[in-house]
Design a protein around this ligand. Sequence first.
Ligand SMILES: [Zn+2]
Length: 170
Amino acid sequence: MEEQCLFCQLANNQQSQKVYEDDKISVVMDIKPVNPGQVLVIPKEHHSSFLGMPNELLAQTMLIARLMGGLMFQALKAQGVNILVSVGPAAGQRVGHAFVYVIPRFDEDNAGLILNQKEVTQEQLQEAYKKLTTPIAGQKETPEEKVEESKPKPVPKPPIPPRKPAPRAG
Ligand SMILES: [Zn+2]
């Protein structure tokens, strides 16, 4: 936990009204939502970038995001859900602590989120394709080795722990 980080405080603060909490994750209401019921899934441990999170914590964060998305369909009668992660200011990350938005969506809620698509040339597509595939081809051995190593390990604990009862108001 970093003292200066608001999201570290938000995730670890006992006073926060949490929708969900376990030892690694807190889910809090977004006070400036696109729609009421929008939540922030925040790892308690400080990581400035989603991409830099340890695998297990990242997986747990996304599992809880999925849980919240399902809850929004059931409890809020949402007609859709956005699960959003922003990495870097260019992508709209405005907080130096990785988290995931889960946003309930409704027909004609006028919240937007259609990204502007561009006309690009075949050359631009091919250039990007080469840049993306070349480093992965070079690393091909590593991920497969890791998968092999992890196979004999015992089955991990269930990914989604039972929900804590909702905290009482006040
Ligand atoms: Zn933090």
